[in-house]
Design a protein around this ligand. Structure first.
Ligand code: COA
Length: 178
C-alpha cells in the first residue's frame, strides 16, 4: 500500500470513492451527501487549510482522509478529520488506521498542535482520539451526538480548557453535518 498526500489530480477519483463507499455502507442518498460534501471541501477550502491523504494499491485510490483547519480560541494550530473512507472490498485490513496515522504524522510535521474529529469513539480511539467535553473545547454547532466529539494533542501537551467559539471551514459550516 502506498500512502501519499492528496493532490488535485486525484479529485475525481476521490469524490467517486466517497460516493461508492458511503452508498454501499449507508445508502445512495448518504453517498450523494458525502460526495457533495467532499466536492465542496475541495472547491471552497484554501490550500493551506486542507490536507488530504490517500492510500493507493496498483495505482488505484482505495482510501482517503481529509483534515481541514479548525480555528480554536487558544490560537493553537488545529485541524479536524472529516471525512474518511476505505474501499468496501479492502475494509478491515488496517488501511484506515494506517492512513489516519499517516495523516496525523504529517500534521505533526507541520507543527499542528491539535486534531479533532466527530465520529465513532470506538473506532477513532484506536488512532489516539479521546472524548472531549464541550467545556474544554466548544464544537462549532450544537452536537446531535456529544459522545462523538473527539480530540488529541499532537505536540505532547495536555489539551487545556479554552473558552470561546471555534470555527470550521465553509464546507463544514453546516449545522446539519453536526
Ligand atoms: C470506517 C473505515 C474508514 C475504517 O477503515 P478500515 O480500513 O476498514 O479500518 P481498519 O481496518 O484500519 O480498522 C482499524 C481498527 O478499527 C476497527 N474498526 C474498523 N471499522 C470500524 C467501525 N466502523 N467501528 C468500530 N471499529 C471499527 C477494526 O476492527 C480495527 O481494530 P483493531 O486495530 O483493534 O484490529 C471504513 O470501514 C469505511 O470507509 N467505512 C465506511 C465509511 C465510514 O463510515 N467512514 C467513517 C465516517 S466519516
Amino acid at each position: 500500500m502506498k500512502y501519499s498526500l492528496f493532490t488535485e489530480l486525484k479529485s475525481r477519483e476521490v469524490i467517486d470513492l466517497f460516493r461508492s463507499v458511503f452508498s454501499e455502507s449507508e445508502g445512495e442518498a448518504e453517498g450523494q451527501v458525502i460526495s457533495d460534501f467532499v466536492s465542496s471541501l475541495l472547491a471552497t477550502t484554501k490550500p493551506q487549510d486542507l490536507i488530504g491523504c490517500i492510500a493507493e494499491e496498483n495505482e488505484r485510490v482505495v482510501g482517503c482522509v481529509f483534515f481541514s483547519r479548525f480555528t480554536v480560541p487558544s490560537g493553537q494550530a488545529a485541524f479536524i478529520l472529516s471525512p474518511v473512507a476505505v474501499s468496501t472490498e479492502v475494509q478491515g485490513s488496517g488501511i484506515g488506521k494506517e492512513l489516519i496515522g499517516y495523516g496525523l504524522d504529517h500534521l505533526r510535521s507541520q507543527d499542528v498542535n491539535l486534531a479533532f474529529t466527530y465520529g465513532d469513539p470506538t473506532y477513532y480511539s484506536k488512532m489516539g482520539f479521546k472524548q472531549i467535553s464541550e467545556n474544554i473545547v466548544n464544537a462549532p454547532f450544537p452536537l446531535s451526538q456529544p459522545i462523538g466529539w473527539l480530540a488529541q494533542s499532537l505536540d505532547g501537551q495536555e489539551i487545556q480548557a479554552m473558552a470561546g467559539p471555534t470555527q470550521c471551514v465553509d464546507a463544514l459550516n453546516d449545522p446539519g453535518l453536526w
